[in-house]
Ligand binder design. Structure first.
Ligand SMILES: Cc1ncc(COP(=O)(O)O)c(C=O)c1O
Length: 387
């Protein structure tokens, strides 16, 4: 079989690879606590599951228009309009199987070979993978631990060239849990307007925020709606990772093109999942609130526990369900330490799975029970003390 040259540029997600390694160890009888994969450990709320069952029983088993089920496009438009305080119309919404295809379809639809896209580092690895895959150049800006894993605006400004087309933002952030402030967003918005750039903002963790902070969206800033693509979805908020239900908000012309990309690729997201998504958005949000308060408790436990381990320094994140402890004091590099910790019974990711700026860090997902997190902390401490 001959393989196309472009595949050389395709990256991957370390979490899936580490999960496979952990499963292999489990098959040999080892007990592993899973703190590698980024998915809520909760069940999808019952009222959403019931809505999907009802949808299946009432015939929602056929094709739909590619951009999505009309009622869900309307519900998403209403939800984003009211939470971002900016009017969004249903024809500016495209629904996809999981949120990930939004990134893929939007980059293919807006970025030419040779263009430059400014992207965070460390970051969700699919950004850099897909920027490379469409033949563009990723230009990383560094998220700094001392700034709560926010960027330095002067650094971002210094990266803009004549070839820059887009800046990617992610808030709350995977893998660090950092969130951007309104003034960070305003700084990037001014830059985008000055240089006529697009903004791609990934807000998939927008509902998972702690300490009374409020999610701020660049979409709401003056002059930004016409140049912003917002990615969001049901995976994290409603513990619906396996349902594959996500969406993008973007100007109508681009939405039509992205829907056309989808016709060429997946046709649309699963019909009965979309019907249940309407119930998810319009129904009671108590389950989401309960999940977030449980994550909040776990965050405090894991941060405090990691900070008690010699050589480890863990910043307390404000959002998502990840911690990104600095392990430079252990004298071991990220990959080697993650491997040792796996052998010690805990699966986690090396910071380098999220880019070069992740060296010296590990990522733990705390989407696991408190007893498991406490046991994982004991195991990690034992490994690090034995170095
Ligand atoms: C930052 C970020 N964006 C997007 C996604 C993709 O979400 P989905 O599973 O809905 O495709 C993830 C999933 O881990 C993520 O962490």
């Amino acid at each position: 079989m001959q393989i196309a040259n472009r595949t050389k540029n395709l990256g991957t997600e370390g979490a899936f690879e580490v999960l496979a390694k952990a499963r292999a160890l489990e098959a040999q009888g080892q007990n592993i606590i899973h703190l590698e994969i980024g998915e809520p450990d909760f069940d999808t709320p019952l009222y959403i599951r019931d809505a999907a069952k009802k949808a299946l029983d009432t015939g929602y088993t056929h094709y739909l228009p590619s951009a999505g089920f009309q009622d869900l496009r309307l519900a998403i438009a209403e939800h984003i309009s009211s939470t971002r305080n900016v009017p969004v119309n249903f024809d500016e919404v495209v629904i996809t199987p999981g949120a990930k295809p939004i990134l893929n379809f939007v980059l293919y639809s807006t970025i030419n070979e040779g263009d430059e896209v400014i992207n965070p580092n460390p970051a969700y690895p699919i950004y850099e993978s897909l920027i490379n895959f469409v033949g563009a150049k990723p230009v990383p800006y560094i998220l700094k631990e001392e700034k709560g894993f926010r960027f330095d605006l002067d650094e971002v400004k210094s990266l803009v060239t004549k070839k820059t087309k887009m800046i990617i933002l992610n808030t709350p952030h995977n893998p660090t849990g950092g969130i951007l402030t309104e003034s960070d967003l305003q700084g990037v918005a001014d830059l985008a307007i000055k240089h006529d750039l697009m903004i791609f903002v990934d807000e998939i963790y927008d509902r998972i925020i702690y300490d009374g902070f409020k999610h701020k969206s660049i979409l709401a800033l003056p002059g930004m709606k016409e140049r912003t693509i917002l990615l969001n979805g049901f995976s994290k908020t409603y513990a619906m990772t396996g349902w594959r239900l996500g969406y993008g908000i973007m100007p109508k012309d681009l939405a039509m093109l992205v829907a056309k990309m989808q016709i060429n690729c997946t046709s649309h997201a699963t019909t009965f999942a979309q019907v249940a998504g309407v119930t998810g958005l319009r129904g009671p949000q108590d389950d989401v609130n309960k999940m977030v308060s449980e994550f909040w408790k776990r965050r405090d436990i894991i941060v405090d526990g990691l900070n008690k381990i010699p050589g480890v320094k863990c910043h307390k994140p404000l959002g998502a369900f990840y911690v990104f402890p600095n392990i430079k004091g252990t004298g071991t590099d990220s990959r080697m330490l993650a491997d040792l910790i796996m052998k010690g019974g805990v699966a986690c990711l090396p910071g380098t799975a999220f880019g070069s700026a992740g060296e010296g860090y590990l990522r733990f997902s705390y989407a696991n029970s408190i007893p498991n997190i406490e046991e994982a902390l004991r195991r990690v401490e034992k490994v690090i003390r034995s170095l």
